[in-house]
Write a protein that binds this ligand. Structure first.
Ligand code: NIG
Ligand code: FE
Length: 418
């Protein structure tokens, strides 16, 4: 692998500084104009003004990469995805456009259940190939680290099929994948009417087995009237924590259930969605270390007017992150730039806040902030360059991919020749 001297950054957004970012510090991007980076192997060795970096002795030997006046920033960290699934649910999309709700479709046997049926039938190879294609698309939009959940198998063999596919993908392709066990996505058909028996199986069987085999770092629960209750989620997340899996939770998406308060109680790494939080939830989250991961792609794709109250969360001091929630039911997008556009236009985040919420804060929520999320000496050389001269143009130009180069651990994994 060559060493790189990267120059030609009209703006180099380093994101150096406090971790995690809260309140006013969320918008501090640590911008260096006419910035440069020196990369050795998979790491950043030096970051600063071009004049200084070019004079370093190692810079002379390094291969030169001139970004031609583009904006460079840390690769996006997408901290909530359901990466592995075999097919779209485009029929449901059309039904929703014609007036059916997500809940009506789920009650009729569609929704998550439809994808579960498809995963159970799918060959591991089919799942991996599709996920690999998506990973290339993630990279092409500037993402270099993603979290990925199980939860579309919901029998032991099929959950393993997903988790093992993720492990293999983590080895075979360049992006870093952080795995989450979401055995508690919905109550599987075999346990219909007996949810507590299924919770028992998760707590006594699957969660310890996943942790022992090192198949996941986090444990997640979908806490919603169509899925699991707060007491059930509490049992599951506590069992996960007892085995070393840190909690994450799908909270307050369609209905307010008290899941955000549970996230605080179990010291979850992240509470995700939060479209339906109230004022006391916001104040409590702001006083906690739980990252509030907002997923505006869901509201957009479902045609819902309910976006999470990003402004209030930020202004109260909560740790806010953004993610795609890439999945076939509520948010079929791999594009973090599109998520930034939604965050700005629909949730009133500033472009600077949106960028920090897509890099350093999600890195913190995945406990990867020592390695990724900012461009600082010692961290992985994970960066994305955009074909703009002002970083605010990244969310401004929506629906077009302006990411012209993505580097992951010093390797160019996406390049659009100028
Ligand atoms: O994060 N809310 C639960 N899980 C996904 C939706 C999954 C699906 O519809 O397939 C979400 O929105
Ligand atoms: Fe999700």
């Amino acid at each position: 692998m060559p060493d790189w001297l990267i120059t030609g950054c009209s703006e180099l957004l380093t994101l150096r500084g406090a971790v995690p970012r809260r309140g006013r510090t969320l918008g501090e991007l640590g911008i260096i104009r006419d910035g440069a980076l020196l990369v050795r192997d998979d790491r950043i060795v030096a970051v600063g003004r071009r004049r200084r970096i070019e004079r370093l002795p190692e810079a002379r030997r390094a291969s030169k990469l001139d970004l031609g006046g583009r904006v460079a920033l840390p690769g996006f960290v997408d901290s909530h995805t359901h990466l592995v699934f075999p097919a779209s649910r485009v029929d449901e999309y059309e039904q929703r456009v014609s007036g059916k709700t997500y809940a009506q479709i789920a009650r009729a046997g569609g929704g998550i259940r439809a994808t579960v049926n498809a995963v159970r039938r799918a060959l591991p190879k089919t799942l991996s190939e599709r996920a690999s294609t998506h990973l290339r698309e993630f990279a092409a939009h500037g993402t270099t680290t993603i979290e990925a959940k199980s939860g579309y198998g919901l029998d032991w063999t099929s959950e393993l099929k997903i988790l093992c596919a993720l492990q293999q993908l983590n080895q075979d392709q360049p992006l870093d994948i952080v795995e989450t066990f979401l055995g508690a996505h919905i109550v599987p058909p075999e346990y219909r009417g007996r949810p507590d028996r299924f919770v028992e199986l998760l707590v006594r069987g699957w969660i310890p087995a996943v942790a022992t085999a090192g198949l996941a770092e986090f444990c997640d629960v979908f806490c919603d009237p169509g899925a699991f209750t707060v007491p059930q989620a509490r049992r599951i997340l506590k069992a996960g924590r007892a085995c070393g899996l840190m909690p994450r939770i799908h909270a307050e998406q369609f209905r307010r259930t008290g899941a955000a308060q549970l996230a605080i109680e179990v010291e979850a790494a992240s509470a995700d969605h939060l479209e339906k939080v109230n004022g006391s939830d916001i104040r409590a989250l702001a006083l906690s270390n739980v990252t509030c991961t907002l997923l505006p792609g869901c509201s957009f794709h479902l045609g819902s007017p309910h976006y999470a109250p990003a402004r209030e969360l930020i202004d109260c001091g909560a740790i806010v992150a953004l993610a795609t929630d890439f999945n076939p039911g509520t948010s079929p997008t791999v594009s973090m730039p599109m998520i930034l556009s939604l965050a700005c236009a629909q949730m009133r985040m500033t472009p600077a806040e949106a960028i920090a919420a897509a890099t350093i804060n999600p890195a913190y929520s995945l406990r990867q902030h020592g390695r990724v999320g900012s461009l600082e000496a010692g961290k992985y050389a994970d960066l994305a360059a955009f074909d703009v001269t002002d970083y605010r143009e990244i969310p401004y130009y929506f629906g077009v991919n302006l990411c012209s180069l993505t580097m992951k651990r010093g390797l160019i994994v996406h390049s659009e020749k100028p």
